[in-house]
Design a protein around this ligand. Structure first.
Ligand code: URP
Ligand code: ZN
Ligand code: ZN
Length: 421
């Protein structure tokens, strides 16, 4: 008779969203069987000593872009390399986005992206991008929600890339999504504000990356978030702002009942990096902001204003953003999946902040918002055995050798990290 073996994580500190406890975690067939300070060890058990270590639910990165086309280039990680790097950094689930091609239905875009995701090494879910407004696409939304694709994403900008929806169109989309129990995610930068600002600088061969930030001013986020609050209140559709990055945007979003994600890049960096020799590599949209915005975001992590931390992982190689490109031609995006949890954790431990809050921001809230809870986002009997174990003393400075992703540039070298393991 075949016996099923168990794994026991012994004597660790288990941290969930509601607190921490000294406990043993018994696992069988990739499921958590029991979590308890005392338990009877079955015969066929591999014991892993976790004394002095912490055990957290696996990190959920609900904002990644594996192998997507951007401005004549492709983000450097595909599902294989990106999820391999993710796993090393404690990420056990990613939620990526579909790519809606011309003439394609939403359903076809989901099927194609799922196929691409087959080479992943961790759990992958998808949000469905709605980057074109067509009645036939809207008709697909209820069925997609019934099939489990319940988060959709719209863009209030990127007109040049053919991804822009007007506020009136977004409102119509939101009404349908809300009626059928889905969630609308939005890249919130006001298109008209960006167009007006860009007009001052574009077409003049301005290669300094600071023009990227000047052409996408913070008012663009404020205005878009204001409109999205109105849409949320008029339609009842839950709205989740991705990569929120300004103090004003945060205040308005939370006062208006929106869900908010921010990303490590907006926490750790500000627009002064555009003056660095590698400043072009920090060209991301929305751009990096001011120290006062960073401060508001850090406060928002602790005071409950920010709901989740996602990475917007979209790495590029140095050669993808060659020096001397006019700012408007630089591909937008930077990597982060491989360093997000280790750097957040190092900061958290240094400040002595409660680890249960980090679990909320990087795992349990995403699990709840995107319908994965309690399979993911919690260490309890019956949940998937997605765990991240770390020694709080394993603090190191990030070097290129620590990174497993493709040969993409990484903006976080030199920062302190606590690596899982
Ligand atoms: O610059 C960025 N963020 N690139 C990825 C696409 C997006 O807007 O999230
Ligand atoms: Zn975006
Ligand atoms: Zn993104």
């Amino acid at each position: 008779m075949k016996t099923t073996s168990y794994t026991l994580l012994e004597n660790g500190t288990v941290v969930n969203a509601d607190g921490e406890e000294q406990a043993n975690v018994l696992i069988r067939e990739r499921k958590i069987v029991q979590v308890s300070p005392k338990l009877t060890i079955p015969v066929d058990t591999t014991v892993i000593d976790c004394s002095g270590k912490y055990i957290l639910p696996g990190i959920i990165d609900s904002h990644t872009h594996m192998g997507i086309p951007i401005k004549n280039g492709w983000s450097a990680d595909d599902f294989d390399s990106g999820t391999r790097a993710a796993l090393k950094a404690g990420v056990t689930t990613i939620l990526d986005f579909t790519i809606l091609e011309p003439g394609q239905s939403l359903t076809e875009s989901v099927a194609k992206r799922l196929k691409q995701a087959e080479k992943s090494h961790i759990t992958v879910g998808l949000h469905c991008n709605i980057t074109r407004y067509e009645k036939s696409l809207l008709k697909e939304i209820p069925d997609l929600i019934r099939q489990g694709i319940r988060s959709f994403k719209a863009f209030t900008t990127y007109e040049e890339a053919g991804m822009y929806l007007t506020y009136a169109q977004i409102k119509k989309v939101a009404r349908i999504i809300g009626k059928h129990g889905g969630l609308l995610m939005v890249h919130a930068e006001d298109n008209e504000t960006i167009k007006a600002a860009t007009k001052q600088y574009s077409g003049q061969n301005l290669t300094h990356p600071k023009y990227h930030a000047l052409s996408r001013p913070p008012e663009a986020e404020r205005l878009a978030v204001e409109k999205l609050v109105e849409i949320h209140q008029q339609t009842g559709c839950p709205i989740y702002i991705v990569h929120l990055n300004t103090a004003a945007g945060l205040e308005i979003a939370k006062a208006g009942g929106l869900l908010v994600e921010t990303c490590p890049q907006y926490l750790f960096f500000n627009d002064s990096v555009y003056e660095q020799p590698d400043g072009r590599m920090y060209v991301i949209s929305p751009p990096l902001r001011k120290p006062s915005d960073q401060k508001a975001l850090w406060e928002g992590l602790l005071n409950g204003q920010v709901d989740t931390i996602g990475t917007d992982h979209c790495p590029f190689r140095l050669s993808d953003k060659p020096e001397g490109l006019p700012f408007e031609q630089i591909p937008n995006g930077m990597g982060g999946i491989e360093t997000a949890f280790p750097i957040m954790l190092a900061k958290w431990l240094k400040e002595g902040w409660p680890l249960s809050r980090l679990v909320q921001l990087m795992s349990s809230h995403a699990a709840r918002i995107f319908g994965l809870y309690p399979q993911k986002g919690v260490i309890q009997a019956g949940s998937d055995a997605d765990v991240v174990i770390f020694d709080p003393d394993n603090r190191q400075t990030i070097t290129q050798q620590d990174l497993a992703g493709r040969d993409a540039w990484n903006g976080y070298l030199g920062l302190e990290a606590v690596w899982p393991g």
